[in-house]
Write a protein that binds this ligand. Structure first.
Ligand SMILES: Nc1ncnc2c1ncn2[C@@H]1O[C@H](COP(=O)(O)OP(=O)(O)OP(=O)(O)O)[C@@H](O)[C@H]1O
Ligand SMILES: [Mg+2]
Length: 263
């Protein structure tokens, strides 16, 4: 057993012990469910399984493949899988390190051999440079617009070759809510679709506190892609978070109190 594994087991036991000795403590989100989001393939699988294709729009995930080893084999694998360029290369595991957020945009499949697996290769979806961050806190949903990456034109794709590091747009980008944007790009996703997506994902992921990064395919009104799901994101950027969080915690206390047997 490796060192990392030993530490993990110790933490798990400590957590299990803690739960046993402190049954009165409420666990909002279990560690196993949180861990499911640390892998960029498993994090999006629930969106695929959900198959939300005709409910005030369509929600999917960009076509992607996982490369676990052998960088020299990437060009061949990409061609065989029929993935369309450009591709975003993302480290498979998101562990909070800076490296796990170092993304690359590849304009041709051959240059991908320069990258280090394990990776997810995901089709880049043009979305007009705006991303929707959907914050979920139990039943509550808040969506905000953020600036994202600009479209890649066919002409640019034909002219450029190579892999280029992506800037960390989401942490740097300002909120795009007040910007003078094309209404077709800026229009928020329909509320019923967001509610359905949030409810289903809460249920399937077994989590209450997370956010979903979603983009609208450029030139469409209702084709959306989930590109990222983060556990316990920076809620400071969510409007009205103080009230929403207080209500969420209070509702927990109340439901616990109601469930308590009468002495
Ligand atoms: N498939 C895609 N098509 C278009 N743009 C994408 C795609 N995947 C990622 N992006 C862009 O790259 C950014 C970062 O991607 P992602 O959220 O998956 O990685 P991350 O490591 O979680 O980065 P961050 O922590 O900055 O959110 C997105 O906010 C979006 O602007
Ligand atoms: Mg992200």
């Amino acid at each position: 057993m490796g060192r990392g594994m030993r530490i993990w087991v110790t933490l798990e036991l400590t957590f299990a012990d803690y739960r046993q000795t402190n049954p009165e403590v409420t666990v909002l989100d279990p560690p196993d469910a949180i861990r499911h989001l640390y892998n960029r393939q498993s994090m999006l699988q629930d969106v695929v399984d959900l198959n939300l294709s005709d409910f005030h729009g369509k929600v999917g995930v960009p076509r992607q493949m996982v490369i676990t080893k052998d960088p020299l084999s990437i060009p061949d694998k990409v061609i065989k899988a029929g993935l369309k360029l450009p591709l975003v290369a993302k480290p498979l595991v998101v562990d909070g390190s800076t490296k796990s957020h170092e993304l690359f945009l590849a304009y041709d499949q051959f240059s991908l051999s320069e990258l280090e697996p394990p990776l997810v290769l995901q089709e880049f979806v043009n979305h007009g440079g705006v991303l929707f961050k959907i914050y979920i806190v139990g039943d509550a949903i808040k969506v905000v617009r953020r600036f994202s990456l600009p479209n890649v034109s066919k002409c640019e794709l034909a002219k450029v070759a190579g892999v280029f590091p992506l800037p960390r747009v989401s942490s740097a980008a300002a909120c795009a809510d007040d910007a003078d944007l094309d209404p077709g790009i800026a229009e928020l996703p329909p509320q019923p679709l967001l509610e359905r997506l949030a409810k289903e994902l809460r249920h399937r992921l077994g989590l209450q506190l997370f956010n979903i990064d979603m983009i609208r395919e450029h030139g469409t009104r209702d084709i959306f892609y989930v590109i990222d799901i983060n556990y316990f994101p920076g809620y400071g950027k969510m409007p009205d978070y103080e009230e929403i969080f207080t209500d969420f915690l209070l509702s927990f206390v109340q439901s616990k109190y109601k469930k308590r047997p009468v002495a």
